[in-house]
Design a protein around this ligand. Structure first.
Ligand SMILES: C[S@@+](CC[C@H](N)C(=O)[O-])C[C@H]1O[C@@H](n2cnc3c(N)ncnc32)[C@H](O)[C@@H]1O
Length: 251
């Protein structure tokens, strides 16, 4: 039928109930345009192609799976982009939803791409390694609160929907998985620029055990760093705290 390529994170869903649960979660919000990342053997795709009144597209890197999908699901012809998701531009002119049992080797890059495309991405229903999914959803004070938590939560509300055990996949991955939903959080906090925000958050968490003062020394004027606020550590700061701090960074 086809081979499974570990290098492309190919763990295909074999549990039909999990596939249906993902599609049900997707339908809880109105969607008109849908992009599936990594349709693979079509476990989710076969349901997605049946959704009424939706313009569907998918992007798959593996040529063998592209041929397989086009032969098995004629309805997908003309809707399947044979490229890396990381290399494409938004395939719609208007906001769309992103769905996928994502290849885990590029989870973080997928999240960064969502941020680059925002506000074109109006929602995401995605399967990640559980640890990554939990990190995206984590709040201040948690050990797993980090760069992706802050960057994503500045723009999206994150809901952790459900766990998926290794046995739901062929071949089973070594770790648990989790499905999350991202929806725009309304009003992103005021910040000087997204570029500054990203630099600050990455720099602060790069040395998360240090005080903020020591972690971000190079990117703030020395006088600003004297404030007691900088005695805190990155993991104690809220998304709004990070956004507000961007206005005090070096120009
Ligand atoms: C975890 S599998 C999911 C397959 C299928 N959706 C399922 O649930 O059974 C990830 C899929 O993403 C594809 N993939 C890996 N890297 C990709 C990339 N950079 N761009 C697009 N697809 C990619 C893999 O070939 C694979 O089909």
């Amino acid at each position: 039928m086809y081979t499974l390529k570990k290098s492309l994170g190919q763990h295909f869903l074999k549990d039909e109930q999990i596939c249906r649960n993902i599609v049900t979660a997707l339908q809880e919000r109105p969607i008109t345009r849908l992009l599936e990342v990594g349709p693979g053997g079509g476990a989710l795709t076969k349901y997605l192609l049946q959704l009424p009144d939706i313009t569907f597209k998918a992007v798959e890197l593996d040529a063998e799976k592209v041929t397989y999908l086009e032969n098995t699901f004629p309805a997908i012809r003309g809707k399947l982009i044979h490229k890396s998701f990381l290399d494409i531009d938004p395939p719609f002119d208007e906001p769309f939803t992103l769905v996928g049992n994502f290849p885990y080797n590029i989870s973080t890059q997928i999240l960064f791409k969502v941020l680059d495309w925002d506000p074109m991405v109006e929602s995401v229903i995605g399967m990640f390694q559980k640890e990554v999914a939990q990190r995206v959803a984590a709040g201040p004070g948690s050990k797993i609160y980090g760069v992706t938590s802050v960057l994503i939560q500045a723009f999206y509300k994150v809901d952790y929907l459900f766990d998926v055990p290794p046995g739901a996949f062929n071949p089973p991955p070594k770790v648990m998985s989790g499905v999350i939903r991202l929806t725009p959080n309304g009003q992103p906090p005021a910040m000087r620029s997204r570029k500054d925000f990203r630099l600050l958050v990455k720099t602060a968490f790069n040395q998360r055990r240090k005080t903020l003062r020591n972690a971000v020394r190079g990117i703030f004027p020395p006088a600003v760093l004297e404030d007691d606020f900088f005695n805190k550590r990155a993991e104690q700061l809220s998304v709004d705290d990070f956004a507000a701090l961007t206005f005090k960074m070096n120009g």
